[in-house]
Design a protein around this ligand. Structure first.
Ligand SMILES: [Zn+2]
Ligand SMILES: [Zn+2]
Length: 151
């Protein structure tokens, strides 16, 4: 099943991600930044800015909220009706009724990305900043090459 998933961006164009290694949230910029060199070839993986673990760019970077949203999207795609059986004790002639539960066929409310976290930029790839939690601290790891940096 191929369901288009649109994740919300904050006002700077960043999408929230979650590292499956350190289980902390951060944000990366969706698509190339304005300052990205036109000839830059992106790696196949991204490095978590918080712990330095690497993972395929299209890999397991989902936040709990995004997973839940995707799950609801999938459920909303399931066509068909669910049979509701009458209890039969008061009306033996009742036929099975078919009802569509409200949870099926209803698109989940779109996610909203709030403007939180602080933006930090690596020395090695300064045009690819990330947003990290306010309570995190250096050293951070470059999203594109994994090199550590301090602020
Ligand atoms: Zn991490
Ligand atoms: Zn770098």
């Amino acid at each position: 099943m191929n369901i288009p998933i649109e994740l919300p961006l904050d006002s700077d164009g960043f999408v929230r991600r979650r590292c499956s290694s350190c289980e902390r949230d951060f944000k990366w910029h969706e698509g190339p930044t304005q300052g990205a060199p036109a000839d830059y070839t992106y790696p196949n993986v991204h490095w978590c800015p918080l712990c330095g673990a690497s993972e395929a760019i299209d890999g397991a970077w989902w936040t709990a909220e995004q997973k839940e949203y995707i799950q609801k999207l999938v459920e909303a795609q399931i066509p068909g009706l669910v049979a509701v059986e009458p209890d039969g004790t008061t009306n033996k002639n009742a036929n099975s009724r078919f009802e569509s539960p409200s949870s099926i066929g209803t698109q989940p409310a779109p996610l909203v990305e709030r403007d939180d976290m602080q933006m930090v930029a690596p020395v090695c790839h300064p045009w690819e900043p990330v947003k990290v939690p306010l309570d995190s601290s250096a050293p951070y790891f470059c999203l594109l090459c994994g090199q550590t940096y301090s602020l």
